[in-house]
Each structure stands twice: as structure tokens, then as C-alpha cells.
Design a binder for this molecule. Structure first.
Ligand code: AHR
Length: 551
């Protein structure tokens, strides 16, 4: 139960906040539940637009039905790509999209997906074994209608950069080299450039980001970190860059597997310090899946339901997701032992909650789940974490874009809806490219019953970024019962006006469906600005963006 508290200058506030108050002449006594203090001259680095990236795997309904409907479809499309998806994505400024997996990547032969579509082979999809009876054939047997050309076309339509994940487990390094050649060799320079031109793409695709395998500790080959380090070197040595600065991304750890990061980096520098120069980014995957409250570690048994849950499950999934922050700082610290200048950045290219099957809007779509308000709060919390660690995280990709885990959109045939997660991405797009500045949140923790024990979770948290004379502040209130009235102080400028956009609902299970696509949508709210103080009430279970105009 959150208790209303009196905040006086420094008294009773968190340590960080007290420190700021000693410096700040602007704080005044006021009865509020929480305080937010933004310190404009404490910058944390530029927020890479790429942390607002996406992940598209050739998995069940993600590509076929989600993105690709085909040129002859009655579903409005742009060269076979779902038009409504393109239109919606343009609004959220998608910076980068990872494709074709995921586990799928390490079974994929890129040559199957180029050349005339009618000649492309059908192949068994990596995920075919778990497809349900209701799934269409294209989910079991890959028709290869959506290959490299179509993916790059999709990226161009939405205005994002392609990030391709290479097959390290089941293709030789030469094939990686050739895929790069197909994508990037100059017009007319190679046979593969001619093949590309014959498909209508004379100029190179200029793919800069390349994942070197995926989850090499598991589906990507079951390597040890030392074995993978040696494979990584073999795959990336002397790959032609043409005029591009190639950015290779190594297959990093699963969650807090510190040994994987240490083992890999140790092996790389043991060979020679220079080896790390070929590594641009180190990927990190974290799914919040275990809602068993310590009862099991079983991958299936530990999962919770996407739409039927109690408040305890709400907090548990947020707790699991909030481990992201310690994973970022933990891996970063280990990486720094071998790369003190931190040339290698983190790439969180799979993140999100993962629930058990059963909530899918389209029966038969494997791994599809129906995002609720809980997932919106989860996503806001995670994006805020990336913003706060902008000097460490260069790319992040939400898993996955459509018809899958933490999807922004759901679609089937001509039906389409934006999920609460999609709305969060639209709200947070304003952070892209801004200067992340320190924002201290002080609010009472939320308490809840965890199998008879008192458990707690923080009460209000977020991030802030500066864009010239505009400050973008985002925050989530994870408490399911109480709104929080907060006083927001901006140190280093005066606020002339502010407006808020809030995503919330009376029911924590609220979600959007094909029939009711507007259940959870952001609403504009007034923000009180008096003298130098801004006051705002953050509703229970909400995600909020406040734009503050500074003078
Ligand atoms: O996103 C689904 C799967 O989760 C990906 O294919 C894999 O990389 C991860 O384990």
C-alpha cells in the first residue's frame, strides 16, 4: 500500500535526490507522493536511435501473414508487404530491424531467398516441429518468398536499416562472405552484384550490421565461449567491407551468464588485443519468462499466462524484466576488463516477456501472445533502462515485431491492430537521438504479497532526454492500485509549458484486439506548470511521456 508522504527539501528523500537538493535552490516544500528531479548538465550520452530497434524472425506468423502477404493478396500491400504495417511503422521511426532470426538464422541458406521468386525452393522451417495443426503450410515449409531483397525493401519502406544475422552453425564462413558480397558489392563489380541487379537492385544494399550467428551457446551450435570465439574470428577475418564500416555483432550471453562474456573476451584478447577491433557489438538476450516465484526453473512450467494474471504476476514479470539493468552493468563491467576503452558496445537484440501459449489472436501462430497493459509498462520500463545506459547500449531489438512475443502489432489476413506495446514505441520515439540526462525518481516502493511474504518493487522510474529546448521525460508507475502525484523539478532551465501523453486503463488486463483495437491508446493530459515547478499525477499502472518546453 503506497502511503502519501511529505517531501521537504532533502528530508526523507533517496540519497541521490538529497544530493541534488543541496545544490538546488528551486525545491520547495510541497505535499506530494513522489519527486522527479532532472539535472540538465549531468549528461549520460546520446540515446542511439537504434535502441528502438525491432526483430523479425522467419517464425510462424511473423513474416508470412504478419509482414508478407504477397503482391496478389486482397490485403492492401506495397510490393507484397502489408501496407498498414508500413504506414504504422513509419510513425515510430524504426531505426533498425534484425532478420531472419533468432534460431532460424542458423538453419537459413540466404541463397534460397534470392533470384526469381517462382524458382525459389521450399525448405523445412527451423520451427516446423512445434507448429500447430491450424498453421498454414508456409509456417512449416518456408516458401522463401520473403528473402534478402524483400527484407531490404521492407526496411526501405519503413525507413530503417537492415541488420542481418548470419548462419554460423550450418553454413561455412565462405557463405557468409558471399552474402556480404551479394548485399554490398558495388554495381556491376561481381557476379552476385549482377544477380542483385537482375532482381531490380542495381545499387548495393549497404548492410552494415551483421550478426555472427545467434545464441551460439544454444540453438546456434552449442559452443563453448572459447569455441565460439574461434568461430567468430574465422567468420569475420578479411570479410570485404567495400566502402562501408562493417559492424559485426558477436553472439553474446543469455541473461546473466557472466561466464559466456568472460570466456569469449578472454579468448579473444589471449589471441591478441587487436582481435576485439573486429567486434562492434556484443549481443545480450533477456526474456522475462519465469513467473513461478522460485518454485521451478522449468522452461515450460515456469511460464505464466499472457492475459489471465493476478497483481502478483504483474509485479513478478516486471521484476524479471527489471533484471535487464544489472545485466547491462554486469556484462559491461566484464567487457571493460578486456576492453578498457569500451570500444565494444552492448546490443540487446532480443528482449521482452515470454508467456505460455494460449492467448494468440490467430490460432496456430506459434509463440504469438496477446500484449496487455502489463507488457506496455514492461516495455516502457525497459526502454527507460536503455535510455539511462545510453553510453553502453547501442542497439536493442524488441522480440518480436508482429504476431509473436512482445509484439507491437498483430495481424491476420486483412485484420490488424496496434498493441499497447506498439503505442509505447510511438510515445518513446521522441527520445531517439536526444542527450540522455540524469533524472532522479524518488517514490515509495509498492508492496505486494508474494506467497505469504511481503515483497516490494520500486514506485516510479523513468528517463529523460534533451533535444535543444525540449525535454522528454518518460516514466512508468508500476503500482496497480495507486496513482502518484509527483513534483518535477528541472535543474538548469525554467519550464514554460508542458504536455503529457498517458497510456493506462482501469483494468490491468486491458489489451487491444482486432475487434476492439482502441481499448488501450495514449491520451493527452494537462500538466500543471507553476513558477518553476511542474506537478503531474501518474495514474496507477501507467506509462507516461511528458514534453517540457524550456526557456
Ligand atoms: O524469439 C524467439 C527465440 O528466442 C529466438 O529464435 C531465439 O534467438 C531465442 O531463444
Amino acid at each position: 500500500m503506497i502511503k502519501r508522504r511529505e517531501f521537504l527539501c532533502g528530508a526523507g528523500a533517496a540519497a541521490g535526490l538529497t544530493l541534488i537538493h543541496k545544490l538546488s535552490p528551486i525545491a520547495v516544500a510541497q505535499s506530494v507522493d513522489a519527486r522527479v528531479e532532472v539535472v540538465l548538465d549531468e549528461t549520460l550520452g546520446t540515446i542511439s536511435p537504434n535502441v528502438y530497434g525491432h526483430f523479425v524472425e522467419n517464425l510462424s506468423g511473423v513474416v508470412y501473414d504478419g509482414i508478407w502477404v504477397g503482391e496478389d493478396s486482397r490485403v492492401p500491400n506495397l510490393q507484397g508487404i502489408r501496407k498498414e504495417l508500413v504506414q504504422e511503422m513509419r510513425k515510430i521511426k524504426p531505426p533498425v530491424v534484425r532478420f531472419p532470426g533468432g534460431c532460424f538464422a542458423d538453419s537459413y541458406d540466404w541463397r534460397d531467398g534470392i533470384g526469381p521468386v517462382e524458382k525459389r525452393p521450399r525448405r523445412t522451417n527451423f520451427w516446423y516441429g512445434d507448429e500447430k495443426a491450424a498453421a498454414p503450410d508456409s509456417h512449416r515449409y518456408d516458401p522463401n518468398q520473403f528473402g534478402t531483397n524483400e527484407f531490404v525493401q521492407f526496411c526501405r519502406l519503413i525507413g530503417g536499416q537492415p541488420y542481418l544475422a548470419a548462419n554460423l552453425r550450418s553454413l561455412p564462413a565462405e557463405e557468409f562472405y558471399r552474402w556480404v558480397e551479394y548485399c554490398n558489392s558495388p554495381a556491376g563489380s561481381t557476379t552476385l552484384a549482377d544477380t542483385r541487379a537482375a532482381a531490380g537492385f542495381k545499387e548495393p544494399f549497404e548492410v552494415r550490421y551483421w550478426g555472427v550467428g545467434n545464441e551460439a551457446w544454444g540453438c546456434g551450435g552449442n559452443f563453448t565461449p572459447q569455441e565460439y570465439a574461434s568461430e567468430f574470428r574465422r567468420f569475420t577475418t578479411w570479410v570485404p567491407g567495400y566502402k562501408l564500416e562493417m559492424a559485426f555483432i558477436g553472439s553474446g550471453p543469455d541473461g546473466s551468464n557472466w561466464q559466456w562474456t568472460r570466456g569469449f573476451f578472454e579468448d579473444m584478447v589471449r589471441k591478441s588485443k587487436d582481435q576485439l577491433r573486429t567486434l562492434h557489438g556484443w549481443s545480450l538476450h533477456h526474456y522475462a519468462w519465469n513467473l513461478s516465484r522460485g518454485k521451478t526453473r522449468d522452461w515450460n512450467g515456469g511460464k505464466g499466462d499472457a492475459v489471465k494474471f493476478d497483481p502478483v504476476d504483474w509485479y513478478e514479470v516486471l521484476r524479471e524484466g527489471d533484471r535487464m539493468e544489472s545485466m547491462i552493468t554486469g556484462h559491461w563491467q566484464i567487457m571493460g576488463e578486456y576492453d578498457p576503452e569500451h570500444q565494444v558496445k552492448l546490443v540487446v537484440d532480443e528482449w521482452g516477456p515470454w508467456y505460455r501459449p494460449g492467448s494468440e489472436l490467430t490460432p496456430g501462430d506459434q509463440l504469438e501472445q496477446l500484449p496487455t497493459l502489463r507488457d506496455a509498462v514492461f516495455s516502457g520500463m525497459t526502454l527507460d533502462t536503455f535510455n539511462r545506459h545510453s553510453e553502453k547500449v547501442e542497439i536493442a531489438c524488441c522480440a518480436q515485431l508482429i504476431n509473436c512475443l512482445n509484439s507491437l502489432y498483430l495481424a491476420h489476413e486483412d485484420k490488424f491492430c496496434i498493441t499497447p506495446v506498439g503505442h509505447v514505441f510511438a510515445m518513446y520515439a521522441d527520445h531517439q537521438g536526444g542527450e540522455s540526462v540524469r533524472a532522479e525518481f524518488s517514490a515509495p516502493s509498492v508492496h505486494y504479497d508474494r506467497d505469504g511474504q511481503d515483497a516490494s518493487f520500486w514506485g516510479l522510474r523513468g528517463s529523460a532526454s534533451l533535444h535543444g529546448k525540449e525535454l522528454v521525460l518518460t516514466a512508468v508507475n508500476p503500482g496497480v492500485k495507486d496513482g502518484l502525484t509527483a513534483q518535477i523539478a528541472v535543474r538548469g532551465a525554467r519550464v514554460s509549458s508542458a504536455e503529457a501523453s498517458v497510456l493506462s486503463a482501469a483494468d490491468i488486463h486491458a489489451r487491444n484486439t482486432f475487434e476492439q483495437p482502441q481499448n488501450v491508446i495514449p491520451k493527452n493530459e494537462n500538466v500543471e506548470v507553476k513558477a518553476e515547478l511542474v506537478t503531474f499525477r501518474f495514474p496507477a499502472s501507467s506509462v507516461t511521456k511528458i514534453k517540457l518546453h524550456l526557456v
